[in-house]
Design a protein around this ligand. Structure first.
Ligand code: NAP
Length: 481
């Protein structure tokens, strides 16, 4: 396969929080990969900013070390690293202070795309936005990139939106959800809207149900204090799972264009019915080889969930009667994220009674191995009568397109390049985020009111037994994780 990387326009990208975990693990290694791949033009410049007093040379050393640590050897190129590092500058700045801003302004060049990545705590977004605007550092067409969490409820999300809107227009604001940058998520749209095969079947008449799973093997780790105030609903469902749900369920947009896509996603959130308490299961992992959730967060009275499973209903013509089951949790059996569309059984089997009615299953895997497969029924080869088996019609990229096709940019790489290109399609709009909080808030408020107790589950399992029962009641089963 021939690489068709198109370089983006030359840019100045400022990373606030340049010494932090996210910058070191994802943003800088991602930018380096885009540079090595020829997507970043030679004139591009990356300016790191944080409070730490150091010069550019010291930061460059940290960046080189981060690239060595977080990228496997086969994705590194020593010559490329040297050339990449020549594009780096560092300016010490306290987001809430007055020093350093003149030095930052001096780094900004005319005629470059201007982007500011806020890889800092959300409490600093307002101070950064205000200074970039009031000190005339950001131009009228500058872009700002903001990280999750975008608020912790509707009120705080509105406040954050209002703070940013005081200094930047919506077209300048890029709210990152890295799930949207995954190759397969975009492939989901290609499969749905680039083929005639699927779209006519993509509705309640032919789809029995949809399962969306984001399972993690890890526990809350060092994020205990933050996570305990958040929980799976705020940390995963309101943003990542909701976005996957929207892309799966939305109507075809008129164009693959930012507002057309985001309008359709917003309609899905607005069509979500409130969820009945008996359609939600909340869990907390117990101790095993590792400490329990309660030990991890050092709060033995915590009522925060590390697992959630729920059954949702989208109240519109397309989906009336087709449930969407969402499930996410920590310390589960394996790390797996997928969207699985279970089509209805054939209405009548013309084969032996024991062959039964069959159903097709389309699975869109986000991790660990991105790919799409469709299970179809065929005759088992050979003699012995009409025996049926289900086989996967594998749409993995490597088989069809060659091994280079699997060497796709990481979600962060793609999304940062989209910021430079000025394409907001894969970023959340302010009203989408608010609508998602508007839907989750009453659920969380009800738990708080009732002091709802999460059920314990064994680490390394598929979650609490109650989650399996949620499915059994509907005569269905979760997919293996
Ligand atoms: P982190 O490791 O704590 O880093 C925070 C960064 O902000 C550091 O570079 C710190 O450097 C800088 N900083 C702190 N106070 C500052 C101030 N007053 N002025 C200027 N810079 C300041 O945090 P992180 O994990 O990188 O997370 C950054 C953001 O990304 C957060 O909003 C987080 O929720 C989000 N996020 C992170 C991840 C992840 O995997 N890490 C994933 C998703 C979202 P100095 O101390 O030198 O100032």
């Amino acid at each position: 396969m021939v690489s068709r990387v198109i370089p983006v326009d030359p840019f100045d990208l400022v990373i606030f929080g340049a010494t932090g975990d996210l910058a070191r693990r994802k943003i800088l290694p991602g930018l380096y990969r885009r540079f090595c791949d020829g997507q970043m033009p030679p004139e591009a410049r990356i300016i790191g900013a944080a409070r730490t007093e150091q010069d550019s040379a010291a930061w460059v050393e940290q960046v080189a070390e981060a690239i060595e640590t977080f990228l496997p050897a086969e994705k590194r190129d020593p010559a490329g690293l040297k050339a990449f590092c020549e594009r780096l500058r560092y300016v010490p700045i306290d987001a809430t202070g007055t020093a350093g801003w003149d030095a930052l302004r001096a780094e900004m060049r005319e005629g470059m795309v201007q982007a500011f990545y806020f890889s800092v705590a959300p409490s600093l977004f307002g101070a950064l936005a205000e200074r970039l605007h009031n000190l005339n550092i950001a131009r009228h067409d500058a872009r700002i990139v903001v990280e999750k969490p975008f608020g912790r409820d509707l009120a705080s999300a509105r406040e954050l939106n209002a703070t940013l809107a005081a200094h930047f227009r919506e077209q300048q604001i890029y709210r990152i959800d890295h799930y949207l940058g995954k190759e397969t998520v975009q492939n989901l749209m290609a499969v749905r809207f680039g083929n005639t095969l699927f779209e006519p079947l993509w509705n309640a008449q032919y789809v029995d149900h949809v399962q969306i799973t984001v399972a993690e093997e890890v526990g809350v780790g060092g994020r205990g204090a933050y996570y305990d105030k958040s929980g799976a609903m705020r940390d995963m469902v309101q943003n990542h799972l909701m976005q996957l749900l929207c892309l799966t369920a939305m109507e075809p947009p008129a164009h693959f264009e930012p507002n057309a896509v985001r309008d359709e996603k917003l309609k899905v959130i607005r069509a979500l019915d409130p969820v009945a308490p008996e359609h939600i299961v909340r869990g907390q992992y117990k101790a095993g080889q590792h400490p329990s959730y309660l030990q991890d967060v050092e709060n033995e009275d915590s009522l925060t969930e590390s697992f959630i499973a729920m059954k949702l209903h989208i109240a519109n013509w397309r989906w009336n009667g087709t449930p969407f089951y969402l499930r996410t949790g920590k310390r589960l059996k394996s790390r797996k994220s997928e969207i699985v569309v279970h089509f209805k059984k054939t209405p009548h089997s013309i084969f032996d009674a024991d062959a039964g009615s069959r159903s097709n299953v389309l699975s869109i895997r986000l991790q660990p191995d991105e790919g799409i497969d469709l299970r179809v029924t065929i005759k088992e080869p050979g003699p012995g009568g009409m025996r049926l088996i289900d086989v996967p019609l594998d749409m993995s990229f490597a088989d069809a397109l060659g091994p280079e096709a699997t060497d796709v940019p990481d979600a962060y790489e793609r999304l940062i390049m989209d910021v430079i290109r000025g394409n907001q399609t894969l970023f959340m709009r302010g009203d989408e985020v608010e609508a998602a909080w508007g839907w989750t808030d009453p659920i969380i408020e009800a738990w708080t009111r009732r002091a709802d107790q999460p059920v314990p589950y064994a680490p390394g399992s598929t979650g609490p037994e109650e989650a399996a029962i949620l499915m059994h009641r509907d005569d269905r089963r979760w997919r293996e994780i």
